[in-house]
Ligand binder design. Structure first.
Ligand code: ASP
Ligand code: MG
Length: 403
């Protein structure tokens, strides 16, 4: 008998009718003889609502421990409601909180990492004929504090459970019917992929595709958990995320990701001396601002320019941090641009083909789109362009690469 871990996202559990529809879907799987462990997210909008009330109260301080207690409650509600909906259908199901399963994490509130999952109570529930309905996103640390895994973290909960239980598959049931070659809201011609490798999916997820939490893909890749993204309410095979296989169709590019939520910061005329990068970026990372692309020009006349990108929400903070620093090191100018976007092409096929970058740059040039920054890895090329060209860039590349 196969064991499947299914995760239902917030939109799939958004109201009473949907919860009942999910229960009906689960019943269908039971009738086919599958054993199931279900992981749930909070009802759609609920986590945002909880974060916002929390912020209204904690105006002058941060209370990470209490914020985790607060936001973890959303998943508890979903688990109880779904368990009751199943029981209404005569199916044995029971909600299980992270503490009851024992999803043990470190103590980093708000972005805890899973350290260990005990399988005893889950196995006991399964052996008793129950479907465990496990709260995603939450964990518990060694001192019994409730922790959370970070926004979108219930994907990771599901994959981690699938890994420790040795499940045959982990299904992420969501409001899209799979992983697409590009965001279908941007590109009419975007199509669903039947399969994609863990590596490619990890790049896509990290580069802005919102379908899966990047850490869940990392986990799935590490423990070789076959992961499937599929629609909760429309029938279809979805997209299987899996290991690279010999016979896997290997196009040059598998997908295009984009991110709008970035901003660019440029420091010009900084002394071209050892230690300058760490001097500029040190205070920024100390303030927990995530820096993405970094470019330093070749120096001329003992001076160089330094450009990097941060999340748009961190832009003002970054400039404020840099201002005094620029004066201190005698930089000529500090400038920024919030109207940028990042477009990335991803594909394992790139590894064995030269000229992919040229093809990408030619395509953008033919549309008169200026490339502001470039970064590459073995299986991806990212460029920063003006935000107003984002859609054009994604569409042109989609057709250029025959996706
Ligand atoms: N409910 C959490 C969030 O909205 C976790 C999740 O949905 O995966 O971020
Ligand atoms: Mg999600």
């Amino acid at each position: 008998m196969s064991l499947i871990v299914q995760k239902y996202g917030g939109t799939s559990l958004g109201d009473v009718e949907r919860i009942q529809a999910v229960a009906a879907r689960i019943e269908g799987y039971c009738k086919q003889g599958h054993r199931l462990v279900v992981v749930v997210s909070a009802m759609s909008g609920e986590t945002n609502r909880l974060v916002s009330i929390g912020r209204q109260i904690s105006v002058s301080g941060h209370y990470p421990r209490e914020m985790d207690v607060l936001t973890a409650s959303g998943e508890q509600v979903s688990a109880a409601l779904l368990a009751m909906a199943l029981q209404q259908r005569g199916i044995k199901a029971k909600s299980m909180l992270a503490d009851q399963v024992k999803v043990l994490t470190d103590s980093v509130f708000g972005k805890a990492r899973i350290q260990k999952i005990e399988t005893q109570s889950l196995m006991a529930a399964l052996d008793g004929g129950y479907i465990p309905i496990v709260t995603g996103y939450q964990g518990v640390d060694e001192h019994h504090n409730i922790t959370t895994l970070g926004r979108g973290g219930s994907d990771t909960s599901a994959v981690a459970l699938a890994a420790v239980l040795g499940a045959d598959e982990c299904e992420i049931c969501t409001d899209v019917d799979g992983v697409y070659t590009a965001d279908p809201r941007l590109v009419d011609a975007a199509r669903r992929l039947d399969e994609i490798t863990f590596e490619e999916m990890l790049e896509l997820a990290s580069l802005g595709s919102k379908v899966l939490h990047p850490r869940s893909v990392e986990f799935a890749g590490r423990y070789k958990v076959p992961l499937r993204v599929l629609s909760t309410f429309n029938k279809g095979p979805g997209t299987l995320i899996t290991v690279e296989r010999e016979n896997m169709e290997q196009p040059l590019i598998s997908g295009i990701a984009h991110a709008r939520d970035e901003a660019k910061v440029t420091v010009t005329g900084v002394p071209d001396i050892p230690g300058i990068a760490s001097k500029i970026l040190g205070p920024i990372s100390a303030a927990n601002v995530e820096v993405d692309m970094i470019v330093q020009n070749t120096g001329a006349d003992g001076l160089t320019d330094f450009t990097f990108t941060v999340k748009r929400e961190d832009f003002d903070r970054t400039l404020a941090l840099l201002k005094p620093l620029c004066e201190e090191i005698g930089a000529a100018n500090l400038a920024g641009d919030k109207e940028i976007a990042k477009v990335s092409i991803v594909g394992v096929g790139m590894r064995s083909h030269a000229g992919v970058a040229t093809k990408m740059f030619d395509c953008l040039a033919s549309e008169n789109i200026n490339i502001q920054m470039i970064s590459t890895s073995e299986i991806k090329i990212s460029v920063v362009v003006a935000e107003k060209y984002l859609e054009l860039a994604v569409r042109s590349l989609h057709s250029e690469f025959g996706l």
